[in-house]
Design a protein around this ligand. Structure first.
Ligand code: KIV
Length: 256
């Protein structure tokens, strides 16, 4: 299998082959997913919930991200690796740059993901200008919200629809390499895919993205807080895991 490169991810988009991504936080799962052929493995700050048992991702630290990213890095040969920038790093451009650089140099990941709304576009711009490969996370951005009722579909109102389009266009001009959209309407995902050239990876955002990502513990049915509705059936036996993972890969690869 070809070793991870951004060229490979772009080629999948060009050929209309779904880009399949999953989260991992430790060496054993990471090697398993790598060997199954996942294109992207994200060391997500969802580790705050699924690993640390916290109620949200807000208290994930830089040290947590480095520890888990290094564990995953040790085990992965082929998949493209992306690490989340934790909340504590995402709001100030100087801190964001210092922390992103530290994660890349100490964990040898390929890209950094940052949650983004209209208030921190300057941070994204600063990172890109300083040569950090960036994936921007739009729509539902768990780090940047505090209320439970913010867990909803984004882009239903015309105002929110055009605001997310505008942010996506701006960050594309700034030079981000990838966009992740969480819980946006199918219509918005379709529109984004029409007007944005970089690969768009979706979660809970319909089938028209260039690829899909899921939280591995959600597929396994064991996530600590809750299992999102987008993951079928809540409880199942652990032996079903591999067939579910393979089904997920197959469905993502073949939907376009
Ligand atoms: O941290 C995470 O797991 C995420 C999901 C949207 C995949 O960002």
């Amino acid at each position: 299998m070809a070793r991870a490169s951004f060229q490979k991810i772009k080629l999948l988009k060009k050929k209309n082959i779904g880009i399949v991504a999953i989260t991992a936080y430790d060496a054993s799962f990471a090697r398993y997913f790598d060997e199954l052929g996942f294109d992207i493995i994200l060391i997500g700050d969802s580790l705050g919930e699924v690993i640390k048992g916290q109620k949200n991702t807000h208290n994930v630290s830089l040290e947590n991200m480095i520890y888990h990213s290094q564990s995953v890095r040790r085990a992965v040969k082929n998949s493209y690796l992306i690490s989340d920038l934790p909340r504590e790093s995402s709001l100030n451009k100087l801190i964001a740059y210092k922390h992103a650089k530290k994660i890349i140099s100490e964990c040898k990941v390929n890209m950094i993901k940052i949650e983004c709304n209209k208030n921190n576009i300057d941070v994204v711009e600063h990172l890109v200008k300083n040569k950090i490969p960036i994936c921007c996370h739009l729509g539902l951005t768990p780090q940047l919200i505090s209320q439970k009722n913010s867990f909803r579909k984004y882009g239903k109102s015309p105002k929110e629809f055009s605001s997310i389009i505008k942010i996506a266009q701006t960050i594309q001009e700034v030079g981000v390499k990838m966009i992740l959209i969480e819980c946006v309407t199918d219509l918005l995902a379709k529109e984004l895919r029409k007007i944005i050239n970089v690969p768009i990876i979706g979660i809970g955002s319909g089938k028209s993205c260039d690829g899909q990502i899921l939280v591995s513990y959600d597929i396994l049915g064991i996530s600590y807080n809750s299992i999102p509705k987008i993951v079928e059936k809540k409880y199942f036996k652990i032996k079903d895991f591999e067939s579910r993972v393979k089904k997920y890969i197959y469905n993502t690869k073949n939907f376009l």
